[in-house]
Design a protein around this ligand. Structure first.
Ligand code: 3PY
Length: 254
């Protein structure tokens, strides 16, 4: 059985103390309410990682992740943070391929493939995002776009390596816009992704892969989205910044 996951993406929000106190609230509420076959991941800015990873060290359910890593191992790369450094904070995950990094920081498939390898080499599990723009969806060729995003970034991995990857379908037109894919639209894409995994690896690997939905997911729309056969949880933006909303979404996994 594949793991059900709700992951929060805090993006570039929250000062140090604000992040620590939000995480404490989440940790207290989640430990009461989540089951062992569920994973909750909080992906914070770098500044919070060490503290919150320590706070969650004894939790069977809550883990911590970063939102980016450098493509380089170490050295003269001012302002960058390596996968090894992130791992040393106690974090276990890293979001890669998010559309905001693709759009604002020119991250393309070639770079993302290197970042995926860096993450795995340093025992960080990638939460790897793919998704089409509004124009690509309207043009109808978005299946090819999604297929290319997978092929050029994570399909070179061995089966063992790929098992460490969590995928997230985040339609770009649903990020920060308040628009959400309908449960049927999301399910159609999730089933397509699972099929692509089966074709590249095998059915067993496809069935074991957790595929999250992301893009304006909130406590209201989560029940219908998570009820779909191939949706295994969510990658949550704005709603992960409020402990009650985030925990209400986690409860939907039950
Ligand atoms: C959103 O919900 O807007 C996200 O980008 C989640 O990663």
């Amino acid at each position: 059985m594949r793991k059900k996951i709700v992951a929060g993406n805090w993006k570039m929000n929250l000062g140090y103390e604000e992040g620590i106190s939000l995480f404490s609230e989440i940790l207290n509420m989640v430990n009461d309410e989540a089951r062992g076959d569920q994973q909750v991941i909080v992906c914070s800015p770098f500044i919070h990682l060490h503290h919150i990873a320590k706070q969650s060290a004894n939790s069977a359910v809550v883990s911590v992740g970063a939102q980016n890593i450098s493509q380089h191992d170490a050295g003269a790369y001012t302002g960058e943070v390596s996968a090894k450094q992130v791992k040393s904070t106690g974090a276990d995950y890293v979001i890669l391929g998010h559309s905001e990094r693709r759009a604002y920081f020119a991250e393309d498939e070639k770079l993302l493939e290197i970042k995926v390898d860096q993450a795995l080499k340093n025992r960080l599990k990638p939460i790897f995002c793919i998704g089409e723009t509004k124009e690509e969806r309207e043009a109808g060729d978005f299946w090819d776009v999604l297929s290319k995003q997978l092929k050029e970034t994570v399909f070179h991995l061995s089966e063992e390596e790929f098992k460490q990857v969590v995928l997230a379908y985040e339609p770009v037109w649903a990020i920060g816009t308040g628009l959400t894919a309908t449960p049927e639209q999301a399910q159609e894409v999730h089933a397509f992704i699972r099929n692509e995994i089966a074709n590249n690896f095998d059915q067993e690997t496809a069935d074991a892969t957790t595929i999250l939905y992301g893009g304006s997911c909130n406590p209201k729309n989560a029940p219908d989205l998570f009820a779909q056969a191939d949706i295994d949880g969510g990658l949550i933006g704005g709603a992960s910044l409020k402990s009650r909303d985030f925990v209400d979404i986690i409860k939907v996994l039950n």
